[in-house]
Ligand binder design. Structure first.
Ligand code: CTP
Length: 415
């Protein structure tokens, strides 16, 4: 997906979490969007419009009857809420109070935001935040159900410490999850380049599980989000996509065939089976390097110290490179915690892949089990920075590079 300078509207309503909208605006800019801000009267009690106009470089709209509403320089210049509603690619309400949810659900249009909501055809994303008792109130839940049924995307609040001193549900979702929801919503509404038409892309995703006994396994922290984002992006760009997926909590990416597997050996068998059809392979899965040599047939009982004997699994990526048809591109991933680029370069050569996406997974906030990622796209003759972004945006950038490899266009080199 290309998210370069797409105009989106962040609407801030009057809750304690209003200050967190500042970080959401900043992260949207990081992801390549051009956020404009609308504030309700109550929101201004928590954050000043100046904060948002300074960050965005745009005027903040605070009223239906503002100085620019309707007239400019004495001439009628259009109706501002209609104009704002029709020129935005998405309307994101952060935080969404119980009040605005009720207005949206019932079509009450008595201020700029509630009027804009009725006037837009763009995807609407709401991130509610309120006291836990309010959040659980049937009236609030009824309004949410109405909005959900109408296609509004709800970024569910999390549980935690609330400003009112209570602990429970109603805490604004993580800023990165809100930005990921925006990127996801827009990836469906933007026309794709169709630059992978005719290609069959085989993607592996998720973290494999190696059984210890019938109830336990050795796993890893991969969520599958990066692999699924790549699969969805490739499908939107016209490719036929097969996803060999280790267990994840995600819903299947749209337009893709999903082949579920559990262990490294099952992943190996499924990828080798589909390899002959593939023209591009993206190995985003976190594959266990070891498995338990003898899996216990019954649940192991607690019985003092225990040693598990591990044996290596097959290196699937290496095998794919050896067995591919001529012309099939193979792209690997590398998760590194130290000497990231040097280790990435060595791995690129050792695995014999066409490109390697190297992630630094030592920090928090990007990489494993996160909505965001950052890394470097390494080829034998170049290195391209993949700046921190949502995984949906990063997937678009990686697929752009893969299309570049396919069409033989030079990869900008900085190494
Ligand atoms: N990979 C694979 N089969 C394995 C292990 C990893 O195909 N048994 C793939 C991964 O899907 C990824 C790439 O190899 O695309 C690199 O994975 P990584 O864990 O970074 O590398 P390893 O080969 O395991 O090397 P090391 O553990 O020494 O860093």
């Amino acid at each position: 997906m290309s998210a370069e300078k797409v105009k989106v509207t962040v609407a801030v309503t009057g809750g304690i979490a209003a200050y967190k909208a500042v970080e959401v605006v900043r992260q949207l800019q990081d992801a390549g969007f051009d956020p404009h801000v609308v504030m309700t009267r109550a929101a201004e009690e928590f954050v000043r419009p100046l904060t948002f106009s300074a960050i965005t470089g745009h005027k903040v709209i605070t009223s239906l009857w503002g100085e620019d509403a309707g007239a400019s320089g004495g001439e009628f210049s259009g109706i501002e809420h209609i104009d704002a509603a029709q020129t935005t690619a998405a309307l994101i309400v952060v935080p969404a109070t119980a009040g605005i949810l009720a207005k949206f659900a019932n079509g009450i249009a008595d201020d700029f935001l509630s009027t804009m909501y009725l006037a837009t055809n763009a995807p609407v994303i709401v991130a509610p935040a309120m006291n836990v008792v309010m959040w659980q109130h049937p009236a609030v839940q009824f309004n949410l159900a109405t909005l959900r049924a109408r296609g509004v995307r709800i970024v569910e609040p999390g549980a935690g410490y609330l400003a009112c001193g209570m602990v429970g549900g109603g805490r604004l979702a993580e800023e990165s999850s809100i930005v990921a929801a925006v990127a996801e919503a827009l990836s469906h509404s933007q026309p794709a380049a169709n630059d992978l038409a005719g290609e069959t892309v085989l993607v592996t995703a998720g973290g494999t599980r190696e059984p210890i006994d019938p109830v336990r396994f050795i796993g890893n922290r991969s969520s599958g989000k990066m692999g699924y984002a790549l699969a969805a992006d490739a499908a939107r760009r016209g490719a036929r996509v097969i996803v060999v997926s280790a267990p994840t909590a995600l819903k299947a990416p749209e337009g893709c065939k999903v082949v579920p597997v559990t262990t490294a050996e099952e992943m190996r068998a499924a990828t080798l089976e589909h390899l002959p059809e593939a023209s591009i392979v993206i190995m985003a899965a976190a594959v266990s390097d070891y498995r338990v040599a003898e899996v216990a047939p019954q649940k192991l009982k607690r019985n003092g110290a225990r040693t598990l004997k591990l044996e290596p699994t097959a290196d699937i990526l290496h095998e794919l490179v050896e067995r591919r048809r001529p012309g099939t591109l193979v792209v690997g991933f590398a998760a590194e915690t130290e000497d990231v680029l040097a280790n990435g370069r060595a791995k690129l050569a050792r695995k014999g892949v066409d490109a390697l996406v190297v992630n630094d997974v030592s920090g928090t906030g990007t990489g494993f089990d996160s909505d965001r990622n950052a890394g470097t796209f390494l080829t034998p003759d170049g290195a391209i920075d993949l700046p921190a972004s949502t995984k949906a945006v990063m997937a678009g950038r990686i697929v752009d590079r893969i299309v570049g490899l396919r069409t033989g266009s030079p990869q900008t080199s900085r190494a």
